[in-house]
Design a protein around this ligand. Sequence first.
Ligand code: AVJ
Length: 304
Amino acid sequence: MQTFRSDLIEGLSASPKSLSPKWFYDAEGSRLFEEITRLDAYYPTRQETALLRQTIPLWLDLIGPEAVLVELGSGASEKTRILLDAISDLAAYVPLDISVTALNAAADALRDDYPELDIRPVSGDFEHLPDLPADLPTGRRIGFFPGSTIGNLDTNAAIELLAASRRMLGHNSLFILGVDLIKDRDTLEAAYDDQQGVTAAFNVNLLHRANRELGTDFDINSFRHHAVWNEAEARIEMHLESLKDQTVKLDNHRFHFKAGETLHTENSRKFDRARLVELVEAGGWALADMRVSTAPYVALALLK
Ligand code: AVJ
């Protein structure tokens, strides 16, 4: 199994150095991410939330009665409640998350507000999807993967996730996918390098986390947050840039950083319609509908 330690050793040994963004989300990282979603500059959450409110009512006929909503990488988000409120005759809600603690807290909170709803938390990694419970109601399965989280995955991993979702959800299922769209560099870079420095703190928290949990000796002040729009790859990249030549210790390992060298911590891929169609079709789905928000543009895709 990949752990934070084994992943960090592998990532610091690689050239260029990189680390999976999944390690951002310890308690402090999750708190900082929530703070990011409330920033003026970080438009994706705000735009997608408004777009969901407008769009789900338009899709109710396609969703049909007694559907089963399966959310990938759920949290206790406001977005889930938009669907639960709009799809009033849902037969069951299956939140799927890697964190059992987060799952149970979210399920408990929802049970208070939706006492009639059959809530079936399933713990699992959305990169290795589990089977759905055998005794779920039989209605149409609706996958839900909001937040442009698919943008963190490289093309192969994204295709694999879509294909695995289709196998998990089965025949006649639908999939509601949230993606961020390609737009001007200034808007994109501001969303990932806010004036208040919250995204910088979110990125740098990885180094604090490593020092706390793994006993590394990252000199926090000699790294800086760097976010850049890579137009050729259509992705925002986040890096931690070393401000000087330095060596970092992890157990008996020594990792050298040259001044200006970076640890690449996240890709956040952005799409246009053509790229989205190509991706979902490679994953075995067809694009049934796509709705776009007001500017700054994000999109919701309905896959069938
Ligand atoms: C959670 C993947 C949607 O890529 O926009 C926010 C994470 N990183 N600011 C994104 C993130 C920096 C976010 N996702």
